[in-house]
Design a protein around this ligand. Sequence first.
Ligand code: ADP
Length: 380
Amino acid sequence: MMLENLKIGILGGGQLGAMLLRYAIDFGLNVSVLDKDSDAPCARHTGQFCIGDPMNYDAVVGFGKGLDIITIEKEAVNTQALKYLEGTGVKVYPSPEIIEIIQDKYVQKQFLIGNGIRVVQGILVNGRQDLAQYVDKFPACLKKCRNGYDGKGVMIINTEADINEAFDEPCVLEELVEIKHELSVIVSRNENGDVECYDPVLMVFNKERMILDFQMCPANIDIEVAIAACNQAIKTAEALKLVGILAVEMFVATNGIIYVNELAPRPHNSGHHTIEANVTSQFEQQMRLVLQLPMGSTKLLKPSVMINVLEPAAYRKSAIRDALKTTLSTDDVHLHWYGKKSGMPGRKMGHITITETTIENALAKAVMIRHLLKIENEGK
Ligand code: ADP
């Protein structure tokens, strides 16, 4: 079938969906998007923006009827509806079964353990009342099983006194890891089982708000660690029998052990740099794979640093204006502004990717831009 005749749907209309749309345009595709927010970034980029909740069965079935292919930009989607649509002949990538594994952090952990992939030890707790019996495990990391993102579903429980403030819903209580590095590896896999890995990305986090400060690729890690991380990512994609792309977030502990922390079977924040720094961006790769076109090269062309621009940066209009002027007049600095209404502190408003001849040069430019944006003062 000709590409332009295919009807593609994306569940979720955020910035990841908008960046997927850019590449869908290059393939001449006909793309609809479903999101419950009429101001979502995708709303302004497609004439087929449908308002509805991707978690709602009827909304997803209504949206998906008549489409050829559905993909996602977030995991919070109704998998029962996707299974029904699959039964009517709609192709769904990633499969609803994969999405279900990833929607629940405990199920995800059990899946990884069952496939011989090392994860941080974790216990399932049903609510606050269960925590008292595990005081001997404190300090520990408590994570909501469902719907956590950008650090919002994660808290550290230091002592028994913290139990009163703890999440009161199903959670995983995880051993606290002494983290040396946080890495993400994006891996792509097609229907034939061919796999290609992007280079590992080093993620540098704001410890207070547990949100990404910036990321760099190549990651300045030993080659053995990089290879081991890629092998874990490939093993995970194969265990899931994934078709599409998968971001595998990992911790490298101070003792050198690599743990898989979290999976995302879709384009991911940690792959933004691939737009400018790689032969094939993660978004183009996702489109190629769901369309069953040849997989693109994942080769890294140049070192890069990516900075997320978060609220409250958007309140500081003059800092933003200065920073953007400098950004746009500096070579090899690329702005991506999502066009979102301002929101809660920590909301992702845009990102900036710096590509350079060396990672040191890229970092130097990143420091300058973060200074202009006054990002280094956030969280203090
Ligand atoms: P989210 O789904 O919100 O991204 P993550 O599981 O990635 O949640 O956790 C957010 C951050 O919290 C991680 O990037 C890491 O810095 C910290 N963190 C998570 N789990 C642990 C752990 N077991 N030990 C130490 N730090 C952790």
